[in-house]
Design a protein. Structure first.
Length: 94
């Protein structure tokens, strides 16, 4: 089953499952979105590239996924299509 986000985005079960894991992890650890984003943004650029996002998911969420799934997840979160995830985009997706 796929859901959509916005007028054109289809969302796979993997994406939905990943977003749910992030919400659960943050709630369980009483971690705010800004704190988690800052921890994942290792180069302090203010955005997460695909490597930072993947490494953060492995390190903090203990979640791994295929390269194809990573692309789907980033495309879901990345509202402006620039290939990077801003805090606002991640917060909106969660």
């Amino acid at each position: 089953m796929e859901e959509s986000r916005g007028p054109e985005k289809k969302v796979s079960r993997t994406v939905l499952r990943t977003m749910a894991k992030m919400r659960k992890f943050m709630a369980k650890n009483r971690m705010g979105m800004q704190y988690m984003f800052t921890k994942m943004d290792v180069d302090d650029s203010g955005t997460l590239d695909s490597e930072e996002f993947y490494e953060g998911m492995v390190k903090y969420i203990k979640s791994t996924f295929s390269r194809e799934d990573l692309i789907d997840i980033i495309n879901f979160i990345d509202e402006d299509g620039n290939g990077e995830i801003s805090f606002k985009e991640l917060d909106s997706a969660i």
